[in-house]
Design a protein around this ligand. Structure first.
Ligand code: NDP
Length: 249
């Protein structure tokens, strides 16, 4: 199903848990050298140990993607360590669901800063390296909430609609110049710790109940989709993958 991607280099944000962690493991199993970024250094170090004890190569770079200096350091260190960056998985995200009327606007800001501004900043820092190489693959983790809004998801959806808009524009900018690919991944319910951070009790409980009411996706299900997209031959750009649990409406 996939080409040989052994020896490629991937930078993965939000690698300390959930989809990012599973993606790092999946790519490392294929022989990809992985740079692991998130704020929680201990989780990243444990993941790197697991990857290295299975014969892989992992670099830990504790990073807050909302800090442009840390983003620059992340990209520089990855490039210095591995000599190139073939794959960027923009996965770091927060989902602080709240009704607009009663929301804490700091949570709006945090979602915009991480899910959208952070994703754009990391892409901006990596793109010149891919352009210089003449190839690369940017994988942006959007969501079903990047296509639809629900009560409580307005601000989160705004960031994920934003990710889709940014991805579409980026693809138009790079197409034709280089072999740079841009893929949007749009998961439905995935069983991770994402919902645990929802500040509004009702929203958190509803989301957790939804997750429990169905056979939700696992982080590994999404990691497989990402590995599939980046493992296609260079002339194949998987633009968009919408993946929902079979039981999700
Ligand atoms: P997790 O909460 O398990 O993962 C989120 C990751 O983002 C963590 O590694 C976290 O690490 C990182 N992160 C959060 N804030 C920052 C920051 N400021 N700087 C760097 N890293 C940060 O949830 P998921 O794996 O589910 O989420 C991954 C992505 O998938 C998100 O973009 C989410 O919106 C998207 N998604 C998830 C769905 C789901 O149902 N779970 C559905 C659709 C999309 P740390 O706290 O260590 O910084």
């Amino acid at each position: 199903l996939i080409e040989d991607i052994d020896g490629k280099v991937a930078l993965i944000t939000g690698a300390s848990s959930g989809i990012g962690e599973a993606t790092a493991e999946s790519l490392a199993e294929e022989g990809v050298n992985v740079a692991l970024a998130a704020r929680r250094e201990d989780e990243l170090a444990q993941l790197a140990d697991r990857i290295e004890s299975s014969g892989g190569d992992a670099l830990v770079v504790p990073t807050d993607v909302t800090d442009e200096d840390e983003v620059k350091e992340l990209v520089d260190r990855t490039h210095d360590e591995f000599g190139r960056i073939d794959i960027l998985v923009n996965n770091a995200g927060v989902m602080l669901l709240e009704q607009v009327e009663s929301a804490d606007t700091d949570n709006f800001q945090q979602m915009v800063d991480v899910n959208l501004s952070g994703l754009m900043a990391v892409t901006h820092a990596v793109l010149p390296i891919m352009q210089q190489q003449g190839s690369g693959h940017v994988v942006n983790i959007s969501s079903v909430a990047g296509r639809k809004s629900f009560p409580g998801s307005s601000a989160y959806s705004a960031t994920k609609f934003g990710v889709n808009g940014f991805s579409r524009g980026l693809r138009k900018e790079v197409t034709g110049e280089n072999d740079i690919r841009v893929t949007r991944i749009e998961p439905g319910f995935v069983d991770t710790e994402l919902a645990d951070h929802i500040p509004e009790d009702e929203q958190r409980e509803q989301t957790q109940q939804m997750l429990e009411s169905m056979d939700a996706l696992t982080p590994e299900d999404i990691a497989r989709s990402i590995t599939y997209a980046v493992g296609q031959p260079g002339h194949v750009d998987v633009n968009e993958l919408l993946i929902r649990p079979t039981q999700q409406e």
